[in-house]
Design a binder for this molecule. Sequence first.
Ligand code: C2E
Ligand code: CA
Ligand code: CA
Ligand code: CA
Length: 279
Amino acid sequence: AKQKSRGTISLYQPEMDQQIRDRRVLHQDLSKAIKNGELSLAFQPQGVAGHTVAESEIIGFEALARWQHPVRGQVSPAEFIPIAEESGLIVEMGEWILRQACGEAASWAKPLQVAVNLSPAQFAHGDVVGLVHSILLETGLSPGRLELEITEGVLIEDFDRGLALLRRLKALGVRISMDDFGSGYSSLSYLQAFPFDKIKIDRAFVINLGRNPQSAAIVRAVIDLGHGLEMSIIAEGVETIEQLAFLAKEGCDGVQGYLLGKPLPIGQYARLIGRAETI
Ligand code: C2E
Ligand code: CA
Ligand code: CA
Ligand code: CA
């Protein structure tokens, strides 16, 4: 009886009901967010891995979604992207994000790169190739300036279809990077199977650089592995000058993180994109 009641308690918690209600409400609100102009993009600089910040020239930005909820204020994408994915809203939202990011980048005075996250549902449901193609035409962004970031979950569903989609995307002239490398399960076989241009080393490994020797060994190995496969490597979540110097010394190609800049409205990076004033 004791065990049964314990089981019952763990399955039925008032906070869990609250969480489900919260999600339902958030989902309803999210479905109106685009129309209400509550979504925006923050841009985080990506630089070449130099030994100092001054030597780490900014060559592009990652676009990251932001939601300003009318009552709750800023809701983290870690919270609303999964809700958008489960409900299918991400297809419409992802289209908005891609159009917004490409249109923004096309307006820059300097031809810097822009990286946009694609979610699994966009691959599974939307016509992702047709969408990227038409948005490039519509915005006039040169395909070589667009990079699409995908996590390994994106391709797990249907290998053959995933491979075909990646090849067709690459044929448009855009680049594909594997996001959050090392955080999943089948990363190595993925690298062999799919034609990625770039690997993004997950922040978890970067955080521990200098704290434990295993992380340094893994980061070093991933850099070598990627280069052996003719892929370039960028490390995310770089916060300290020591991390930057280590990555530069080990031959990492790119870096992204608070050390070079936080994700901010693009107006905050006006000088970098060659725009005279903030708008
Ligand atoms: P991600 O693609 O791995 O994005 C990097 C996350 O790490 C961002 O969080 C960024 O703000 C944060 N970050 C960057 N540098 C540092 C650093 O130096 N230190 C620390 N502590 N954090 C850093 P954010 O913006 O909250 O996004 C979280 C996740 O939400 C993203 O992870 C991505 O998976 C998802 N996401 C965000 N925007 C979009 C989007 O437009 N579309 C899709 N599909 N997913 C998105
Ligand atoms: Ca990303
Ligand atoms: Ca990432
Ligand atoms: Ca991450």
